[in-house]
Every structure is written in structure tokens, then in C-alpha cells.
Design a protein around this ligand. Structure first.
Ligand code: FES
Ligand SMILES: [Fe+2]
Length: 388
């Protein structure tokens, strides 16, 4: 099934150079990167009001596994129930508001609050309220346990990533990912398995999370910031990928890294056409998930904002079949992780310098190239539509 080419979309206002000067061609104002008050608005509209990625489902290895996550200070709790399903709840006890779980852990059957020992089933139901009616009296007239379980959060799992919509008002998840799912229909998301312990990288970057998105979306900087990568996947091998209001990024027509001197390679996904045998795609699914899809591996980078000027990036690698955990593929996984670590480390200097640049009174949004920055323009339009 041939893949339609990525579009080199002209921006509506930017068919010519004059468009560069138009008001709609300016980027988001600097306050959206440096002002704590702006970060609070952003949390409500771009995080609580949308589908945000909070973690990898494979980190919930067994039934009863619990994973606490904070989204801009909102404490959430992802867990795997006895049937294997993933649920997300607000991480707070219904009684006196204790944050229930502070670190990843496993429970058997119930989650017990350490304060007064109220306990919850893994489906969120409040199961026991010891001594609520006095010593040894575990019921009280008029108190309906069914109304006071853990408060559920809308959630979905896709390509092993757990998404939540905190305010419950975002569009259906299928609507958000539908176009990308269709674009990536040649791949079975379930075929990608999380690699072993060599398949997680963490970066701490002194920049607003949006700069990490913006830098990921464009290939423009490739020859200047990534000379190594540019030696086998050149700027002219890339094109923009834009799906308004959902995602943006880039494709490369040349994906062919050499992972081993002896020519061995990681297992590839079956049934791919020429497009996917030779190319790869990199998209930012708004707001906070950066994805990379290749014939032999997939990665997801979750951006975790830490205040307006700092971001933690969590990078998980996924491989196919024996490639995910097989000992004989360990050197190839390690090389792959090393190559990507190098690429992403090269980006740190420029995103941190863009953050510092946003303190300048001479900059307030900047300019977009009508050809090279279309993906970033798409991201800014998505944000601006919500921020007003
Ligand atoms: S706060 Fe949890 S049982 Fe009291
Ligand atoms: Fe880069």
C-alpha cells in the first residue's frame, strides 16, 4: 500500500516572502515561554484540556502495578487492574485528601491509604472504611461507599503511551489520533515491544517544553546542529508533515543507519512497502509527545514540563520480536540508543539558547520560513487557537 507523500504545505498567509511579515506569521509571544502566570493558563488549556501523554503502559508490568504521575502539579495515578486493563485516577484519597501513592509500586488486590486505612479496589471502588462509625464500626448511616471511590480520569493507551484528558472535555481520543493511525496503518502498534533496560533515556533541559516540540518538528537545523546525522540523512531528504490541529513534524526518505560492522540489523516490521523500507517519520503529537517511527524501531519522547523554563524528556525505545529483548540484539539496541542520545544531546544547546533568547526585549515571536518552518507554524496555530 503506497504511502501518500508528505506535503510541503505552503502556509496560507505565506505564499510569498511578504507573508513573513504578516501578523499571523509571528510566533507565540515570549511570555508564553517565561511567565509563570502564562504557564498556569497554558496548563488549563493545553494540558488539562487536551490529551496529554503521562507515561508508558509497559512500566505497569503486572496487575496491581501503580505509577504515580504529576501533570503540572496535578497528582494522577496510573494502574493495571487484574484483567490487565490500564486505568488512571486522581491520586488522592476521598477521605482527607492524602496523596495516595508517592512512587512506583505494586499492590495485591487493594490500594490502602496509609492515613486512616480506607482502601480502594483496582477499579477505583471504595472497598473499606475501617472504624468510620467509631472503633470497630466500619459503616455509618447514610454514607454510600459507591459514591466515594477514586475519581477516574479519561484515559487511553496507544503505541504503549498512556494519555489522559484531565478536564474530560477534549475531543474523543480516536478523533485526535485517527489521521496518524491511518497514516501509520502499515504498522501494528502491538508489534513494538519495549526494549530492555537499555531502552530508556532521560534528559533534563533548561527550556520551556514548547521549544523541545518546535526543535523536534523541523529539519531546518539538521546540517548545522547534527552534522553526523546529516551525513546519511540530508536536509534535502526531508519534508514537512503537517496535520492541522493534531500533529506536525517531518519525514526522511533516507533511513539507513549502520548499527553493526558485520552488517547485522534489527528485525524489521513485516509487510512494509518501499516508502517505509527506506524512510522514517518524526511527529510531535500535540501537546507533549514526540514520536519516531522506523521499519525496525519506534520511539516516544514524553515531555514533562517542570515550571515554565525546564523540561524533563523521557525517551522509550521499542523494537520488534526478538529485537526487543534478545541478548544477541543487545549490541544493536545499545548502538541505536547511543546514536539517538548523541542526536538529542546535540539539540540541548540550541533549545536552551532559544529559552535564554526569550528574555530579550528585541524578540517577541520571531518569524517562520514559509517553506522550512511549516510544521512549527502548525504547532503555533494549534496553541494560539487555544490560548487566544
Ligand atoms: S486520608 Fe485516606 S483514609 Fe483518611
Ligand atoms: Fe535536532
Amino acid at each position: 500500500m503506497p504511502m501518500e507523500p508528505a506535503s510541503r504545505l505552503p502556509m496560507p498567509e505565506a505564499a510569498n516572502a511578504a507573508g513573513l511579515e504578516g501578523a499571523s506569521m509571528r510566533g507565540l509571544a515570549s511570555r508564553w515561554y517565561i511567565d509563570p502566570a502564562a504557564a498556569r493558563v497554558e496548563h488549563e488549556r493545553l494540558f488539562a484540556g487536551e490529551w496529554v501523554a503521562i507515561g508508558a503502559a509497559s512500566d505497569l508490568a503486572n496487575p496491581g502495578a501503580l505509577l504515580p504521575v504529576d501533570v503540572n502539579g496535578v497528582p494522577l495515578l496510573a494502574l493495571r487492574d487484574e484483567s490487565g486493563a490500564v486505568h488512571v485516577f486522581h491520586n488522592v484519597c476521598s477521605h482527607r485528601g492524602l496523596k495516595l501513592v508517592e512512587g512506583p509500586c505494586n499492590v495485591r488486590g487493594v490500594l490502602r491509604c496509609p492515613y486512616h486505612s480506607w482502601s480502594y479496589a483496582l477499579d477505583g471502588r471504595l472497598r473499606a472504611t475501617p472504624s468510620i462509625g467509631g472503633p470497630g464500626v466500619h459503616r455509618v448511616e447514610g454514607f454510600d461507599k459507591d459514591r466515594h471511590g477514586l475519581k477516574p480520569v479519561r484515559s487511553a493507551v496507544w503505541f504503549d503511551q498512556i494519555f489522559v484528558n484531565i478536564d474530560g472535555r477534549a475531543r474523543p481520543f480516536e478523533d485526535l489520533v485517527g489521521p496518524l493511525q491511518a497514516r501509520w496503518r502499515a504498522f501494528d502498534p502491538g508489534a513494538f515491544l519495549h526494549g530492555t533496560s537499555d531502552s530508556y533515556l532521560r534528559f533534563e533541559v533548561e527550556c520551556n517544553w514548547k521549544l523541545a516540540v518546535e526543535n523536534y518538528c523541523e529539519a531546518y537545523h539538521l546540517p548545522y546542529v547534527h552534522p553526523g546525522l546529516n551525513s546519511y540523512s540530508r536536509l534535502e531528504d526531508h519534508d514537512n508533515l503537517v496535520e492541522p490541529d493534531r500533529y506536525a513534524g517531518q519525514i526522511t526518505r533516507v533511513y539507513n543507519p549502520i548499527l553493526a560492522e558485520d552488517g547485522s540489523s534489527l528485525p524489521s516490521h513485516p509487510g512494509l512497502d518501499d516508502y517505509w523500507r527506506h524512510g522514517a517519520e518524526y511527529v510531535a503529537l500535540f501537546p507533549n509527545l514526540l514520536l519516531g517511527l522506523h521499519r525496525d524501531h519506534f520511539f516516544a519522547i514524553r515531555l514533562e514540563p517542570q515550571g515554565g523554563g525546564r523540561t524533563v524528556e523521557h525517551l522509550h525505545f521499542y523494537y520488534l520480536g526478538e529485537g526487543a529483548a534478545g541478548e544477541r540484539f543487545a549490541p544493536l539496541r545499545a548502538t541505536n540508543a547511543r546514536i539517538w542520545r548523541q542526536v538529542f544531546a546535540e539539540d540541548v544547546g540550541v533549545v536552551e539558547a532559544m529559552q535564554r533568547g526569550r528574555r530579550s526585549p528585541a524578540f517577541d515571536g520571531g518569524l517562520f520560513s514559509p517553506v522550512m518552518d511549516t510544521a512549527n507554524h502548525c504547532f503555533h496555530r494549534w496553541a494560539a487557537a487555544r490560548l487566544g
